[in-house]
Design a protein around this ligand. Structure first.
Ligand SMILES: [Fe+2]
Ligand SMILES: [Fe+2]
Ligand SMILES: [Fe+2]
Length: 452
């Protein structure tokens, strides 16, 4: 299995990128908060390690929103409805719980828990006040609001520097800690707040990862981080608890049948966990829809393999995972997406992922239909050899020992029983798609049955 510091740092970078894309139109909000927070931290005398913590804390502070309240991201309004607000206010604790599972980042837990506390005690979740709030969390509070004010929202335009400093001034001693607010205002007066750019952001991710990670990162830590990312991906879609891990397990089992080498197996393992990375960018209203999708909605679904692949492509230590992710929805007969490749032009790792992915989808309940019996699903794989699925991959899949299917099926049933389709799905309103940016190209092909 892939492991080591560089691979782990790459996974952390993927996680930070995907947290950006999860917010749709808020795409660069987290990265902006991260850059501003670590800058403020340096100015206020924090150590390099503390600034690195602040940097990751900023990007991961809203991890808890996924699977809980993305409808607040998708329907940004000046005043949230009371039921939505209630869910939003739970996100700091959810973020805290998630980061406690990420090896080497556990120390960030208090920062994440307290990033919505206000200096005057009016914040959440604990109503801490003044210096009870950790300095890092006070910095995150200000950076979060300042970055949001500078960005476009559906209900208002971006605020200029003068207006931003007026808001900060007014909020001193209320939302904002006076020391953090004064530091920000002084930097702003001096014109020394750096403009955000992706190049220095990427550079900072790597430096921050280096300062937080030990020289040796164990394979166990790597697999734990993969699990956390996969859980986040699966949490986005209310119908896919445990899906990514099952695809990874099945794909490696198929690789064993085909006697593939250790490198390919590790590509299938990590790639299985990450194959739906791009789903974090698909709006919840699309993932949770039970009826037929419009072209505009289906365009988001069609984009998820390439969105995920693009994130991985930008990270040198994860580039080898790109192919499987990009082509896991291609079909042997050429009717898949995103490129409509056919036959042997589809890389074998992608053919393997495709069959495992489709099997798991068939045996799961989805927003748009009930699950099928595992035997029926395997018969379907057999029928679709040489049509939907590559013959070699499908053949090997059908040879996977029964006991592996049985174990997965048992875990799957457990996951489905524990699954709660949260109220966010019911309360989700339709939003103006234009706030989410342009739909991807090539959106109008017919919609295959297991396409989602
Ligand atoms: Fe937050
Ligand atoms: Fe997928
Ligand atoms: Fe999938």
């Amino acid at each position: 299995m892939d492991s080591g510091r560089a691979f782990y740092a790459g996974l952390l970078e993927a996680l930070t990128n995907v947290m950006g894309s999860a917010k749709g139109y808020l795409r660069d909000h987290g990265p902006m908060v991260a850059m501003l927070s670590s800058h403020l931290g340096r100015e206020m005398g924090l150590s390099r390690a503390e600034c690195s913590g602040l940097f990751f804390g900023a990007i991961l502070s809203d991890m808890g929103m996924v699977g809980l309240a993305e409808d607040a991201w998708e329907n940004p309004t000046p005043q949230l409805a009371p039921d939505v607000r209630q869910r939003v206010e739970l996100h700091p604790q959810r973020s805290e719980e998630r980061v406690q599972g990420v090896p080497h980042l556990q120390d960030l837990a208090p920062l994440l828990r307290h990033h919505h506390e206000w200096w005057d005690g009016g914040g959440y979740p604990d109503g801490l006040r003044a210096r009870e709030i950790p300095l890092g969390a006070r910095i995150l509070r200000l950076a979060d609001t300042v970055a949001a004010l500078g960005q476009q929202r559906p209900h208002r335009g971006p605020l200029g520097p003068q207006e931003v400093s007026e808001v900060v001034q007014r909020g001193l001693g209320k939302e904002f800690a006076p020391d953090v607010g004064e530091c920000f205002l002084a930097l702003q007066r001096a014109g020394s707040i750096p403009r955000f750019d992706w190049e220095s952001y990427r550079h900072t991710v790597l430096r921050a990862a280096e300062s937080l990670l030990p020289e040796e990162v164990s394979p166990l830590s790597t697999s734990q981080l993969l699990t956390i990312i996969a859980n986040l991906i699966d949490a986005k879609d209310p119908y896919t608890a445990g899906h990514s891990r099952r695809v990874a397990v099945l794909a490696v089992a198929v690789a064993e049948q085909l006697d593939l080498d250790a490198h390919t197996r590790s590509v299938l393992w990590a790639g299985g966990y990450l194959h739906d990375l791009g789903k974090l960018a698909v709006p919840l209203r699309v993932l949770a829809k039970s009826g037929r999708l419009t072209d505009e909605e289906f365009a988001f679904i069609r984009a998820h393999p390439s969105d995920g692949a693009e994130i991985l492509e930008g990270i040198p230590t994860l580039q080898h995972l790109t192919t499987g992710v990009r082509y896991h929805h291609e079909r042997w007969d050429g009717s898949g997406y995103p490129e409509g490749l056919s036959g042997d032009r589809i890389p074998l790792v992608a053919q393997i992922m495709a069959v495992c992915d489709a099997y798991d989808a068939m045996t799961s309940t989805r927003a748009y239909r009930h699950s099928r019996d595992p035997q029926v699903a395997r018969d379907e794989v057999s029928n679709q050899r040489g049509r939907h699925f590559g013959p070699e991959a499908a053949e090997a899949f059908l040879q996977v020992p029964e006991k592996i299917f049985d174990t997965l099926q048992a875990q799957h049933q457990e996951a489905e029983a524990a699954r709660d389709v949260p109220p966010r799905v019911q309360t989700l309103r339709n939003i103006d798609p234009s706030v989410l940016g342009p739909a991807p190209q090539g959106a109008t092909q017919a919609q295959p049955v297991e396409a989602r």
